[in-house]
Design a protein around this ligand. Structure first.
Ligand code: HEC
Length: 172
């Protein structure tokens, strides 16, 4: 049985904005250093120009970047075949009873639920990975959708999210 490679590190919510900010700060520092070193020396001018270019590039990137949404985490697990296969097995064990083998909401337990689970093949494409991850982690308050933060590790929940993308592609 193959297991996907373990991922180290935590879910990072630092988007391109943080990187851009760091480049911008570094650029401004370089430029300031260049001014201090004296704009008439070649080295000073080089530092000043490099700093201005770095600051300009990052400012342009920041303008184009989407505003980062710190409440929705980014998916740190690449959607490889191994990840989706691992997610598929977890889905069969933890989700299929309600959501059904193919996500259409017709699992054996669904009949007993007051509200039938939505068809995941239709609903998954409407949401970002981070949103799906939060529902799988915390559940959906006021509904029968349970949270899996105790039963599945953070990494396992991302594998399930990767599998949900494949499930949604399976059509109807
Ligand atoms: C006890 C039954 C049950 C189990 C087990 C369950 N779910 Fe759910 N799930 C539901 C119900 C009911 C809803 C609809 C909640 C609502 O009314 O908004 C739901 C909603 C969802 C949604 C939101 C769909 C949308 O766009 O509104 C996702 C995603 C989801 N479930 C994924 C999972 C995954 C992945 C698992 C397994 C790790 C799982 N569920 C296990 C019952 C279940």
């Amino acid at each position: 049985m193959r297991t996907p490679p373990l991922l180290h590190g935590t879910v990072s919510t630092a988007g391109p904005g943080a990187v851009g900010g760091a480049v911008l700060a570094a650029g401004l520092l370089l430029a300031a250093y260049g001014v201090r070193a004296g704009l008439r020396t070649a080295a000073g001018r080089a530092f000043f120009l490099a700093g201005v270019v770095a600051a300009g590039v990052s400012a342009a990137a920041a303008l184009r970047a989407e505003p980062p949404n710190p409440s929705v985490p980014q998916n740190p697990v690449p959607p490889t075949a191994a990840s989706m296969e691992f997610g598929r097995r977890l889905y069969q064990v933890h989700c299929a009873a309600c959501h059904g083998q193919h996500g259409s909401g017709d699992g054996p337990a669904a009949a007993a639920l007051a509200a039938r689970p939505p068809d995941l093949r239709l609903h998954v494409p409407m949401h970002a990975d981070g949103q799906l991850f939060m529902w799988v982690s915390e559940g959906i308050p006021g509904t029968l959708m349970p949270g899996f933060w105790e039963r599945l590790t953070e990494e396992e929940r991302w594998h399930v999210v990767n599998y949900l993308r494949l499930l949604a592609l399976s059509g109807r």
